[in-house]
Design a protein around this ligand. Structure first.
Ligand code: KG4
Ligand code: ZN
Length: 341
């Protein structure tokens, strides 16, 4: 089963061909970082214009490097949201046209489901059920994943996503964009105990909150502008990672889940990867991490998630319209919850 995946949810144009939901034959990602760098953030209008320019060359390259023709495909899986609406529209319009012209079935995939499925492209992939931490520029959520397509959100950020906090802190410090990789690198040269930022654990709640931490960094920076950026970066990162690791493992223990699966751009963070592996092994919990290239946005994850939709006959209609806000299906979760009672 060969699926072409397409993701244009944010600022990367990506296309990939994946076989049987697991074997990545190609994964092309055209980054727009150069365009958005001078704004220290993504400019939606510029992002969608660039997607229009890049979508066909990127899809062509993905097919060519997979040694595939359009006629070899069993389905076209496209990210239908959440994301920037102008960007999503480019991928969805392209995928619908290709599906209509070729007669190949169309699959509409939620971006968060795609992130979770990046783990199925690795040599070792998780068995259901598991706890999924999706931690990116737009999301920080924990899902109890009971089976393919059955996601129960058990925690989410009440304000900023962790990646958003990284990007905003990097902007404040003037160290570059996207902020995550820059702060990750700076932190390795700083002492995390020099600047002690609060840990937003929100005791008694599973949810996350990172906006107060971001404000604490701002106040510190305004009050002590001579603090070396490495120390601020290391202090900030220590707080984010402490919270992500503790809350994720606490939730896995509470739900009695033996596997934790990470995904999304922030899961590329070197300290998060190291700390969660160590801490989880003390608790007897197994951790699955996508390779660093598959943590950030890519289309292989969309194609991988497409497999179970195709098997279930969940074909998207030709009037599929993308959504900027699109939670993972709560209804499916409630149905399962009821059947457990
Ligand atoms: O998953 P992704 O590519 O896009 C969204 O779906 O949001 O995630 C992008 C986010 C950005 O906020 C970026 O700063 C963050 O992931 N990120 C990192 C690292 N690499 C990317 N955050 C922390 N450490 C990293 N190494
Ligand atoms: Zn993403």
């Amino acid at each position: 089963m060969r699926i072409l995946g397409i993701d244009t949810s944010c600022d990367d144009t990506s296309a990939a061909v994946v076989e049987d939901g697991r074997r990545m034959l190609s994964n092309v990602v055209s980054s727009q970082n150069d365009i958005h760098l001078k704004f220290s953030g993504i400019v939606p209008e510029l992002a969608s214009r660039k997607h229009i320019e890049m979508i066909w060359p990127v899809v062509r390259e993905a097919l060519d490097s997979a040694g595939s023709e359009i006629s070899d495909l069993d389905a076209i899986a496209v990210c239908k949201g959440p994301g920037l609406i102008g960007s999503l529209l480019v991928g969805c319009s392209f995928a619908k046209s290709l599906s209509y012209a070729s007669g190949i079935p169309l699959l509409g995939i939620n971006h968060l489901e795609g992130h979770i499925y990046s783990n199925f492209l690795e040599a070792e992939s998780p068995d259901f059920p598991f706890l999924a931490l999706v931690v990116s520029g737009g999301h920080t959520s924990l899902f109890n994943v009971k089976g393919p397509g059955i996601y129960c959100e058990v925690a989410r950020t009440l304000d900023d996503a962790a990646g958003e906090a990284y990007d905003k802190v990097a902007k404040l410090l003037g160290v570059g964009f996207p902020g995550g990789p820059v702060i990750d690198k700076l932190s390795r040269r700083g002492d995390p105990t020099k600047v002690n930022f609060p840990r937003p654990y929100l005791r008694g709640k599973s949810d996350f909150s990172f906006s107060g931490l971001k404000t604490a960094v701002l106040y510190h920076y305004n009050k002590y502008p001579d603090t070396p950026v490495e120390e601020i970066a290391a202090g900030f990162q220590a707080s984010v990672i402490d919270v992500l690791v503790k809350k994720t493992l606490d939730e896995a223990l509470r739900l009695n889940l033996k596997a934790v699966v990470l995904s999304g751009g922030v899961s590329a963070n070197s300290e998060l990867r190291e700390r969660i592996l160590n801490k989880a092994s003390e608790e007897g919990i197994r951790v699955f991490l996508p390779s660093v290239e598959l943590c950030t946005d890519n289309a292989a994850m969309i194609a991988a998630a497409g497999r179970h939709h195709l098997i279930a006959g969940d074909i998207a209609p030709m009037d599929l319209s993308p959504k900027a806000y699109l939670p993972l299906d709560k209804r499916a979760c409630e149905v399962v919850e009821q059947s457990y009672r």
